[in-house]
Ligand binder design. Structure first.
Ligand SMILES: Nc1ncnc2c1ncn2[C@@H]1O[C@H](COP(=O)(O)OP(=O)(O)O)[C@@H](O)[C@H]1O
Ligand SMILES: [Mg+2]
Ligand SMILES: [Zn+2]
Length: 272
């Protein structure tokens, strides 16, 4: 069947102009690999340098930015001009699909409605002046990245993976989708890539090491960093303060800052 719904989803948006900001998608092949953790902490790392940074949580099937930023009860408000105001916290402007539905409630939006909500997220939100807009995508391959890319072209995408073979295989699929959509791949981030022993500070591998390094070679994209498994990430996430801000002196925070720096160095290579 084809009709207005399918057309709305697949037709490129008329007159879409490249955003003056760096719109960066954070993608992964599967859930639970740390995509939201990376999105929130990279955004916080940018904000910490004084950059104006927006964070859009477009994970329709499991928005976790509200919890990770201390905004569980956050609700979107509309200004007198009828435009949606992002919630400002931790130096970030945040909009999450989670601000529109009560926690724990399932979202069943599909097709044209999904497309419309995504369009509104970009065009009806008063993002103001931004240097970066970090977008937390749902895992896998679906309509959301496509609709977003039509509403506002991504400058590039970051792929997050864990070192396990299954996650790497799914990351390969996510990379293929990005390439199909014409979204440049900015780099790969390996998360949970080993454990720092709390007793002796030694490095302990959790999975067979080297997979993300190999994948970055196969995909021809840089490995921007390896984030260790750090219990503080989970704890800070539950407390609603990104570890980059809550524990700025930790090795984990400096790893996120290094990744943010490497990312900015990658951007000129994909400049529109
Ligand atoms: N490097 C890490 N060390 C410890 N816990 C982590 C790490 N990365 C993510 N987590 C935890 O794992 C869970 C899944 O991470 P999340 O960022 O929500 O993944 P995704 O967005 O890919 O589904 C969260 O509870 C998060 O706090
Ligand atoms: Mg997530
Ligand atoms: Zn030890």
């Amino acid at each position: 069947m084809s009709g207005p719904v399918e057309e709305a989803v697949t037709a490129p948006e008329a007159g879409r102009a490249p955003a003056p900001w760096h719109v960066i998608a954070v993608a992964s092949g599967k859930g639970g690999v740390g995509k939201s953790t990376v999105a929130v902490n990279l955004a916080a790392a940018f904000a910490r340098t004084g950059a104006r940074c927006g964070l859009l949580d477009a994970d329709f099937y499991g928005p976790s930015v509200p919890l990770m930023t201390g905004l569980r009860d956050g609700r979107l408000r509309t200004g007198a001009d009828g435009r949606i105001r992002p919630i400002e916290i931790h130096g970030l402007k945040i909009v999450s699909i989670g601000f529109m539905v009560p926690e724990g409630e399932a979202l069943m939006w599909r097709g044209a409605i999904l497309h419309k909500v995504i369009h509104d997220f970009i065009h009806d939100v008063d993002w103001g002046e931004c240097d970066y807009l970090i977008v937390d995508l749902p895992p896998g391959t679906g309509d959301v990245p496509l609709s977003l890319h039509q509403a506002i072209p991504f400058r590039g995408a970051l792929l997050v993976t864990t070192p396990q073979a299954v996650a790497l295989a799914d990351a390969t699929r996510a990379a293929a989708l990005c390439r199909e959509l014409g979204i440049p791949l900015l780099g790969l981030i390996e998360n949970m890539s080993g454990l720092v022993c709390p007793h002796c500070q030694g490095h302990v591998d959790l999975f067979t090491p080297g997979g993300a390094q190999d994948l970055s070679g196969q995909l021809g994209i840089p490995l921007l960093g390896r984030i260790p498994f750090d219990p503080q990430i989970g704890l800070c996430g539950d407390l609603g303060v990104p570890p980059v801000l809550a524990r700025p002196d930790s090795p984990t925070a400096s790893t996120f800052r290094e990744i943010a720096l490497r990312l900015t160095r990658q951007l000129p290579a994909v400049a529109a």
